[in-house]
Design a binder for this molecule. Structure first.
Ligand code: AMP
Ligand code: MG
Length: 355
């Protein structure tokens, strides 16, 4: 299959949407930009389309897909119970990087929800995404548009790397804004909990609904044996080809440890370092005796939101390099830092070195 990439502009918007919409109605898949990462979209109400998504990604079929909508009123068509918090949260955060989980009704095929009786729904904050969802009939099932286990795509080029020849169309909307996936909050049970951290934090949700929000035990990344409610959280994810080791602790010790490890690098066996921008020069200066080609440094900005934006791109870039091991600085563990930290731990397969 030939994969067409359309750079979507104001000028060709209607034409692109007409093509994308008709492909979805023909039960084909279309990759599209959102504000979090690129999604791989299919008709959420069609079992066949969802099956195609799992096949294209090579994704385990027990890992459910998020349903994307463009109109709050469409929620009623797919959920069996709509708690009052849904409206409050939608008013505050939709369109935006918040996914809410509800009890589903029979309109949503089991295939879309990986056999669960719940459905996760969100409204993305991206003009192309919203127009595409409308053109496609209102309900788009979409996981991230990467092959299973690879870092999520934050550029259309990343989608092309993973999906070339597998899907007919990629809508290119340029780089995404946030760079990591949405927060998932569970409204299907009495106790409201975060199943996956993201840009919208538990505190932001608590402020809107006036209720306590807990964190699913599998989220903190430390309890790797916990049984997560979001099935995707149990898989090693976002993983680069090289072994990734996350170095944690006091900043000074972290940098010392990273320098110490990098001393072993040789031209034959280079070592990758993922660092905050402000630390790159310092680390380089400490490694002046090591041949330049033996150390591959990539930076993830300085602030947590910059790390969110850069993380997957940098992990993909490392895949292009001949490194077998990458040492990375960690990030803070609050606000969006918590979400980035969660993705880093999972990319590292819980491989943490305490400095
Ligand atoms: P992705 O968009 O690729 O990050 O994949 C969707 C994520 O949402 C996965 O981690 C799923 O496990 C999670 N998810 C989707 N639907 C549900 C649901 N009904 N219950 C729990 N987690 C869900
Ligand atoms: Mg994903």
């Amino acid at each position: 299959m030939e994969t067409k990439v359309i750079k979507v502009t104001e000028k060709n918007m209607d034409e692109a949407m007409a093509l994308a919409g008709s492909l979805i109605k023909d039960k084909e898949l279309v990759a599209f930009p959102t504000e979090t990462v690129y999604g791989l979209g299919g008709d959420a109400l069609s079992e066949g389309s969802s099956a195609k998504i799992y096949a294209a990604k090579g994704r385990p079929s027990d890992n459910p897909l998020i349903v994307h909508i463009a109109d709050f009123n469409d929620l009623e068509r797919i959920v069996s119970k709509l708690p009052p918090e849904a409206k409050l949260l939608a008013d505050a955060f939709w369109p935006g990087p918040l996914t809410m989980r509800f009890k589903k009704n029979d309109v949503v095929p089991d295939k879309t929800t990986g056999g669960l009786d719940t459905v996760a729904v969100r409204m993305p904050n991206n003009e192309i995404a919203l127009k595409f969802i409308k053109a496609a009939g209102g309900f788009i099932a979409a996981p991230s548009a990467n092959r299973s286990g690879r870092p999520s795509p934050t550029l259309a080029e990343h989608v092309k790397e993973d999906m070339d020849g597998i899907i007919p169309l990629i809508l290119d909307g340029g780089p995404v804004g946030i760079g990591i996936e949405s927060t998932i909050v569970d409204l299907s049970e009495d106790e409201i909990s975060i199943l996956r951290p993201g840009y919208i934090t538990a505190q932001m949700i608590e402020e809107v609904i006036g209720k306590k929000v807990t964190l699913d035990a599998a989220v903190d990344g430390v309890s790797k044996d916990a049984h997560p409610k979001a099935p995707g959280m149990k898989y090693r994810h976002y993983a680069p080809k090289a072994e990734l080791i996350l170095v944690e602790g006091e900043e000074k010790h972290v940098l010392e440890t990273i320098v110490d490890k990098a001393m072993n690098a040789t031209i034959a066996e280079p070592i990758g370092l993922m660092l905050k921008e402000k630390h790159a020069e310092y680390v380089k200066s400490k490694l002046f005796k090591i041949p330049k080609e033996a150390i591959i440094i990539k930076t993830i900005g300085n602030k947590d939101d910059e790390a969110a934006h850069e993380l997957y791109k940098v992990l993909r870039e490392f895949d292009e390099e001949n490194v077998k091991v990458i040492y990375s600085e960690s990030v803070g563990n609050d606000g969006i830092g918590q979400a980035v930290h969660n993705r880093m731990i999972r990319a590292a397969g819980h491989n943490i070195l305490n400095a």
